[in-house]
Write a protein that binds this ligand. Sequence first.
Ligand code: NAP
Length: 325
Amino acid sequence: MQPAPRKSVLVFRELPPDQLARLHAAHDVIVANPRKPEQLALFEQALPRVQGMIGSSYPVDAGLLERAASLEVISSISVGVDNYPLPALRERGITLCHTPGVLTETTADTIFALVMATSRRLVELALHVREGRWNRNIGEDLFGWDVHGKTMGIIGFGRIGQAVARRAALGFNMRVLYSGRRDVQAPGLEGKTTRVSLEALLAAADIVVLTLPLTAETRGMIGRGELQAMKPGAILINGARGAIVQEDALLDALNDGRLRAAGLDVFATEPLPLDSPLRLHPRVTALPHIGSATHETRHGMAELATTNLLQALAGERPAALYALG
Ligand code: NAP
């Protein structure tokens, strides 16, 4: 049998050595991260001749696609596909793959860490100790509020939303509401979750958690009106994508005391600009987009993305194909 033809692959974000070796074994590989100024020229030179691309956290827009005339497959090392021009990919017949599932539990852990950190003021109080300000028993001004027994409202009740719900309902005895386009029977949560309208969720939840994709429909979905509709003193956690929340409206809701706190893993602009008022806000716990950032999970994502790319370039159906419709 003839060996499969070698193709050219552009790796636009670092891959672990074992996964890079899998690619090298089958194809010609160019590693160039366009986020690094010294690698941008190599990335641009490679674009016109590559059949495959693998990476993440870089906006692949329609203009970039035009410069990638031979492209057949993009394998994203992420579950979210908001960095890709879906209609242009569909039109060109380019296959898009992503990494659902392998990051679900880790991302839910991160989101729950933000629930705990904001509710119990963990970052603020850890700094209190570190900076030598713990010189007497803390007073009421530094107390937090309980997480157990509260009501959590989850917007985007997919894989990650359900994994957060399991932590909340089964681990913390929380009442869980969700809003979405359909009724979801979440495994392990029979009778423990209730689907309500977005308005009802915002009005009832002590902690609102965002776990939905960034799409044309969800961009800016949490704005002034939605934040005003939240229960006074509630907490907002964004573990999805920054642009789902209107950040200026969020700042106002924090500053006028409407919200108790916000826990944010994602921002409209990343890395978060140094002059963003969210960076130093006393009631914001900000993380540098670490939802899936553990050694095990990032490796699992790289492995799945590499498998996807190898399968797609070989003309097979990839393990995790993103349906472009
Ligand atoms: P998923 O299983 O596809 O779940 C997404 C859920 O959002 C689905 O239930 C979907 O409902 C719902 N949804 C979509 N549009 C909606 C809308 N307009 N209103 C209400 N609900 C809507 O995806 P996942 O694996 O849980 O990941 C969710 C998102 O998390 C990803 O897209 C990514 O952006 C983000 N994420 C962030 C990190 C991080 O590092 N912070 C890590 C991983 C993922 P339908 O079934 O009706 O479509």
